[in-house]
Design a protein around this ligand. Structure first.
Ligand code: PRP
Ligand code: URA
Length: 203
């Protein structure tokens, strides 16, 4: 769990049914930027020698390449927040939607950056409900060679956390909230509704 007062504030804006798509998008960007700072604390660094304008000194640089991979559509709303902190990150895209009847993930797009095996890969999706979409996205990234994967969401249901833990036990999951339950339509309660529709104003 990521705890931060500003993140909690943004999450309440996201949960509020009165928040329209523009304000929702902005709050999602801000929440993702905070998540990025928290998850990036664990990035490995390497020692480097630097010439300042005055003298040589030593410093640290990030050791690895970073890739962020939003799960379309709602994950797109988190990309800019991550790129503010990690402007050199490569961006992959994985398209998955949940079948409305069975709630099983349906994949429809994949475009991934090179050098995944040596990159730190952050999979972005604000909602972790049944976990089907995240489990499928992580499988596809592993098939493409990714080894150091982390899942970053904002609202998770206990079932989704269990599903990811069962299928990908080595993948850390970062979230701003663990909600009570899934309802009969596999929506997270209390949740924030359909994240993709709210980000893009397609409600
Ligand atoms: C939402 C959300 C996740 C998924 C979570 O996407 O962004 O990808 O549902 O549910 P799960 O854990 O049960 O798989 P959705 O299917 O609504 O697609 P969209 O973002 O394109 O609207
Ligand atoms: N996807 C969403 O966007 N919201 C939910 O509550 C569950 C899945």
């Amino acid at each position: 769990m990521v705890e931060h007062p500003v993140l909690a504030d943004r999450l309440s804006v996201l949960r509020d049914r009165e928040t329209a798509h523009g304000a929702f998008r902005q709050a999602l960007f801000e929440a993702a930027a905070i998540m990025a700072v928290e998850v990036a604390r664990e990035l490995p660094v390497r020692d480097v020698e630097i010439e300042t304008p005055l003298e040589p000194t030593r410093g640290l640089r990030l050791r690895d390449e970073v890739a962020v991979v939003p799960v379309l559509r709602a994950g797109l709303g988190m990309v800019e927040g991550f790129l503010r902190l990690l402007p050199d990150a490569r961006v992959g895209h994985v398209g998955i939607y949940r079948d409305e009847q069975e709630h099983v993930p349906v994949s429809y797009y994949e475009r991934l950056p090179p050098r995944l095996p040596s990159s730190r890969v952050y999979v972005l999706d604000p909602m972790l409900a049944t976990g089907g979409s995240a489990v499928s996205a992580l499988e596809r990234l592993k098939r493409a060679g990714a080894r150091r994967l982390e899942l970053v969401c904002l609202v998770a249901a206990p079932q989704g956390l269990e599903a990811v833990q069962r299928a990908h036990p080595e993948v850390p999951v970062w979230t701003a909230a663990v909600d009570r339950e899934l309802d009969e339509n596999a929506y997270i309660r209390p949740g924030l509704g359909d994240a993709g529709d709210r980000v893009f104003g397609t409600v």
